[in-house]
Design a protein around this ligand. Sequence first.
Ligand code: SAH
Ligand code: SF4
Length: 345
Amino acid sequence: MKVNIREYSKEELIQQFESRKIPGFRAKQVYQWLWSHRVLDFGKMSNLPNTLQSQLSDQFSIEEITVDIIQRSQDGTIKVGFQTFDQEAIEGVIIPKDDRYTACISSQIGCSLACTFCATGFLARKRNLFAWEIYDQVYLLDELSKLDFEQSLTNIVYMGMGEPLLNYDEVVKSLRILNDEKEGLGIGAKRITVSTSGVARNIIRLADEGLKINLALSLHASSNDKRLEIMDINKSNPLELVIPALKHFYDVTKNKISYEYILLSGVNDSEEDARELATLCQDFPVYVNIIEYNPVDDVPYHKSKKEHRDKFLEVLRSLKVQAKVRRSRGKDIDAGCGQLANKVK
Ligand code: SAH
Ligand code: SF4
């Protein structure tokens, strides 16, 4: 069986080439074609001799993800259903807002965590995505953004399907390639955000990787009791583990952390909840994103009433918390996390 060449790091590729008596500089050229330009056909790597192109085609494969479905929302949001080499469905979204074009990408096929409000949680976790599959989503969404909006992507968020910090190694590899100016896509770390439901141990590891990316915690409830009701992960990763891990991330990177907080009517949207949330914003600088709940079929939640949302925000602001409401985008195309893949299955 041929090995997919995009599974090798640059150093591994050099070794692979040298063991085949191909000089190391050729590995560097191939690496650049693969990662800076996403050229996935050895025949199109124009600075390689024909004999080497044929040898590489005989000895390596190049897998890719492909665009399966494109849906365009009336509000400009574009949702893309991708197909993987093993015929699984994943999804990515482009969210245009003012002069920002944000790509939301997936890190796993399904998710093992089953948060009660999340469509992806209803899909069993099938497998982790490879770094190159994460990269492909960004590259392909960028091409689409250029076609539709005549603009490149400006921001990348790991907020599609899956828990990025339970696919740690491949996610970190993908971050390095997206960020690499010389041999990757050159996307600034400040423009990349990883969202996690709170895997404390890996938040600490991520802080120490030397990447200056942003981190968002899907908090959604400010006490262990409440959080346990909606997020299973809080059993193994209670707030007393997650909050110090975030503090470490802040201390090392000096990047402001954001808290994602979906307002669910009658569940986590009282004034008391807002005060509790404010106390979790005191250990390090935090930005709170209040998210409008995106309805998921067969889930018993409702978005908060406007007066509750306004009051919640007022309490936060009176306690000097920086917070903003994020409207749900692309409602007419099921653009919420996991919703498209759920429907096409
Ligand atoms: N697993 C990671 C990243 C993917 S989820 C995490 O949980 O952070 C990305 C974001 O979508 C999270 O903040 C998640 O809580 C939110 N989300 C999930 N279901 C949603 C829904 N029905 N309405 C609004 N946001 C939702
Ligand atoms: Fe998984 Fe995140 Fe959805 Fe929870 S919110 S089920 S962690 S994708």
